[in-house]
Write a protein that binds this ligand. Structure first.
Ligand code: ZN
Length: 216
């Protein structure tokens, strides 16, 4: 299981300290949630933050683009240090071209499904992706409650991947904490994104990470 900590729940006044603490607690990747105020009703950070995160930690950067026209910013994020770029299936008519362009930049490419998007939208995309991200909350804000109906969706995608013997990882994002992590791992998720359960744990970041690993 790969643990990816979403930096949007960190304390930006202590970003370096928080991110180094996450790395030292054994988190594998940093997850950067990029929101544009149009694709989702919130705004977070842009590509400028990536070199700082990389310099402070040396960790792989797992970038989730919740933006319209991701094709316009792929190159910028790749040059800023993204190791993985994930783009939404929704509102994305040029998705295959954009996935091919991500690969040309030597970056891992993935797609993400909102809770209301059917798994059938993936059927023609399997040859073009390294990972599939399943949103387990509605995208836009951290700290939301996990949507349990998404477990079935993870299982269906797991089966499709296994039946075709594909080398594609399943990532989950939204509401993952000590209570919900076991259910998504059991359903077949390989990469777990967590924000509040790590940065907002009452006993600190290390305790948050340990709880997630133990309960998985
Ligand atoms: Zn995300």
């Amino acid at each position: 299981m790969i643990l990816s900590a979403s930096i949007i729940s960190s304390n930006f006044l202590n970003l370096k300290k928080d991110l180094q603490e996450v790395r030292d607690a054994g988190v594998d990747w940093l997850h950067i949630d990029v929101m544009d105020g149009a694709f989702v009703p919130n705004i977070t950070v842009g590509p400028f933050i990536l070199p700082f995160c990389k310099k402070a930690t040396g960790m792989p950067l797992d970038v989730h683009l919740m933006i319209n026209h991701p094709e316009n910013l792929i190159e910028t994020f790749a040059h800023a240090g993204a190791d993985r770029l994930t783009i939404h299936v929704e509102n994305n008519p040029n998705i295959v071209r954009t996935l091919q362009e991500i690969h040309k930049l030597n970056v891992a490419a993935g797609v993400v499904l909102n809770p209301g998007t059917s798994v059938h939208s993936l059927d023609s995309l399997f040859p073009f992706v390294d990972h599939i991200l399943v949103m387990t909350v509605n995208p836009g804000f951290s700290g939301q409650k996990f949507i349990p109906e998404m477990i079935e969706k993870i299982k269906v995608i797991r089966k499709k991947i296994d039946d075709q013997n594909l080398n594609i990882k399943i990532e989950v994002d939204g509401g993952i904490n000590g209570d919900t992590i076991a259910s998504v791992v059991k359903a077949g998720a390989d990469i777990i994104v967590s924000a509040t359960a790590i940065f907002g744990h009452p006993l600190g970041i290390k305790a948050g990470v340990d709880e997630l690993r133990q309960n998985a």
